[in-house]
Design a protein around this ligand. Structure first.
Ligand SMILES: [Mn+2]
Length: 326
């Protein structure tokens, strides 16, 4: 029986143009590690691919990861050769999601750990919503194929897994635990420690300092408002709100010129973060994610006039929670 990487490579061999790997927009360490590892593995199967993404990532650990591990990826807007003949493998996301820009190529494959979309059609897909990280899925491809893991690839995968599972404490599946166990021997613990030590910058800290003054709670639900901040900073700040003893679920939001970005988190079995995010953006924008972590966006033009954004977000989140009863 063919291994998964052989199946994917067999599909990609008939690409009429180039092959690109696309992590989700504003890629995070899990998305970047998955793309980096898959690119290496495909090259071992004779398929040369480039990694392209949209919307620059600002979070400092992600930048350090790319620098320290020597990861090659390009902003799609800077890749002149992308055209409709080219084939794309989407990683850590799926075509049609709000955070996967349509690059005008053909998305032939997807490897992801989010809920499968019903409108999907791929020549190759491996979508496992149970997995805590996409890195774990890609790591398994190496072991299944008996392919040795280069140190930097293994290190990227471990770090990607750590970020998505909050250091193996959030949404961890058997696959994640097993892959961590198997990757550990190949990875560089010193590099991972350095990345763990570069989580925020002084500038981020001052944004956080202002934002944390806005924290409010309603029962065990926490709210945080950040000034114009990038997606990863909002998520990381929201994780801090969730770490409060008094909070079991939290919503962070940032009002930007183009719209309102929302992050939702939950530690409570009774509250799904993805449902909470969807309830906040319902009828106005897009949202989705996992049971424990999710996100959403409301475009500026969809915001109802005369309703202050902060009140709209809080009202919708509270109504959703009250609707759950309990
Ligand atoms: Mn992920």
């Amino acid at each position: 029986m063919a291994t998964r990487i052989e199946e994917l490579a067999a599909v990609l061999e008939s690409a009429p143009g180039g092959v690109f790997i696309q992590p989700h927009d504003v890629p995070d360490p899990d998305a970047i590690a998955s793309a980096f590892a898959l690119r290496y593995l495909l090259s071992r199967s004779g398929i040369e691919a480039r990694v392209v993404y949209d919307r620059e990532y600002d979070k400092i650990d992600t930048r350090r990861m790319v620098e320290l591990l020597g990861i090659d990826l390009s902003l799609a807007s800077e890749v002149a050769s992308l055209d409709e003949e080219d084939w794309i493998v989407v990683v850590d996301g799926q075509s049609g999601n709000a955070n996967i820009v349509d690059l005008g190529c053909v998305a032939v494959a997807a490897i992801d750990h989010h809920e499968p979309r019903s409108d999907a059609s791929y020549r190759y897909s491996d979508i496992r919503p149970d997995a805590g990280s996409c890195s774990s899925i890609v790591a398994e491809y190496f072991f299944e194929a008996g392919e040795p893991l280069p140190r930097l690839v293994a290190t990227a995968l471990v770090y990607g897994m750590f970020v998505d599972t909050d250091n193996l404490t959030r949404g961890v599946s058997e696959l994640d635990a097993l892959m961590f166990y198997r990757l550990r021997a190949f990875s560089d613990a010193e590099l991972i420690r350095r990345l763990r030590g570069s989580q925020i910058t002084l500038r981020d800290l001052s944004i956080y300092a202002d934002a944390f003054r806005t924290v409010e709670t309603y029962g065990r639900l926490g709210f945080l408002r950040l000034e114009d901040a990038d997606d990863s900073l909002i998520g990381a700040a929201n994780d801090i709100v969730l770490s409060l003893d008094e909070v079991d679920a939290s919503v962070a939001f940032s009002i930007r010129p183009e719209g309102v970005k929302i992050s939702a988190r939950s530690l409570s079995g009774g509250i799904r973060a993805d449902d909470l995010a969807r309830a906040v953006v319902s009828g106005l924008g897009f949202g989705g994610g996992h049971a424990h972590m999710a996100g959403g966006f409301i475009p500026a033009e969809a915001l109802p006039p005369g309703k202050p954004v902060a009140m709209l977000v809080k009202h919708r989140a509270i109504s959703y929670l009250e609707g759950l009863g309990g």
